[in-house]
Design a protein around this ligand. Structure first.
Ligand SMILES: [Zn+2]
Ligand SMILES: [Zn+2]
Length: 212
């Protein structure tokens, strides 16, 4: 009891204590719920081709998706907006997912937070055709259950930006001193300190130098 009260007081105070409490909460959320959030019960849909159901749901991402400059972090809330449609060979899922994205600006290395929206259409089959090899990229239902997580994961990883930017026209960092040019301003430069004779050398590729 007294612990809980102490935490909420600390959270109200700006500074390191508040941040600790927040990140602790995020970690426990990530461990508390799993991929079950992405599993759908198809019994209400039935198997009659042509029947469909719309479903929206908020799901928690079980593990970090992506890496490096941009990822959807574990524990993030994903808004799913889906249509399940029964077809002859299985269930067609069409929909979109909106997920928070955290990362680092590829030019100025500032942390950034944004959202990503992916849309997908996936056929989950009841079972493989007789005599057919089960290809890896095919998806199958588990009885009346559909696990959307692998399809969601593939769609997110494909949609992640290779070079996320904090803003469209981020000017990046000064090549000379590493100053953030968005703050340093357009007049920032080192004209007097730069020997013009270095200019041609700077344009050489590293690969050119290795071949020499
Ligand atoms: Zn930037
Ligand atoms: Zn500079």
């Amino acid at each position: 009891m007294s612990n809980t009260r102490g935490k909420s007081v600390a959270r109200g105070v700006p500074g390191a204590h508040g941040q600790d409490a927040d990140s602790g909460a995020r970690v426990s959320a990530a461990h508390g719920r799993g991929s079950g959030d992405f599993v759908f019960d198809l019994r209400p849909l039935g198997r009659h081709p042509g029947s469909f159901r719309d479903e929206t749901r908020t799901a928690l991402v079980p593990v970090d998706l992506g890496s490096g400059l941009a990822l959807v972090p574990a524990g993030a809330e994903v808004a799913l907006d889906l249509r399940f449609e029964a077809v002859a060979e299985g269930v067609l899922v069409t929909g979109s997912a909106v997920a928070p994205l955290t990362g680092e600006c590829a030019r100025c290395l500032d942390p950034l937070t944004t959202t990503t929206e992916v849309s997908f259409q996936e056929l989950y089959r009841y079972q493989p055709d007789p005599g057919e090899d089960e290809a890896d990229e095919e998806r199958f239902l588990d009885g009346d259950w559909l696990d959307l997580e692998p399809a969601f994961r593939d769609a997110v990883v494909l949609a992640l930006p290779l070079s996320p930017l904090c803003q469209e026209d981020c000017p990046g960092l000064c090549a000379e001193c590493g100053a953030r040019l968005a703050e340093a301003g357009p007049d920032h430069g080192h004209g007097a300190d730069t020997d013009p004779r270095w200019g041609p050398l700077r344009q050489l590729d590293v690969s050119d130098r290795i071949e020499d």
